[in-house]
Design a protein. Structure first.
Length: 113
């Protein structure tokens, strides 16, 4: 739904990150495998889009999700240093947004977020 309306929980970066992860699971007999391999084809596009995401004034949820997906993907293929870089950036964004805080019934003022 967010993809259709350009909502706050969709981004091209998140979608391309999902593609990069899911392409790893294509069967070598699948005709699409010939053009996308194990997802390296889709990995270059999220890297480009991430630079655009970073120009935003504050982190967004889809950016965090995309980074966590890419981090897991890279760790799964043995590129753990890259995986931890993506994961570390996502964790830092989580902290910047205050998502780690238990607010209970409190609501933060917009300026504190």
């Amino acid at each position: 739904m967010d993809m259709e309306i350009g909502g706050p929980y969709y981004s091209d970066f998140l979608l391309m990150s999902i593609f990069a992860l899911s392409a790893r699971h294509l069967s070598e007999q699948d005709r699409a495998f010939a053009s996308v391999g194990k997802g390296e084809y889709f990995l270059s596009r999220p890297r480009e889009l991430f630079l655009d995401e970073m120009s935003s004034s504050k982190p967004k949820i889809p950016t965090i999700q995309g980074l966590l997906i890419l981090g897991g993907r890279q760790c799964a293929i043995g590129k753990s240093s890259q995986g931890w870089l993506y994961t570390g950036m996502a964790i830092r964004m989580i902290l910047d947004l205050g998502l780690h805080l238990h607010l209970g019934n409190q609501v933060l003022a917009e300026g504190r977020i």
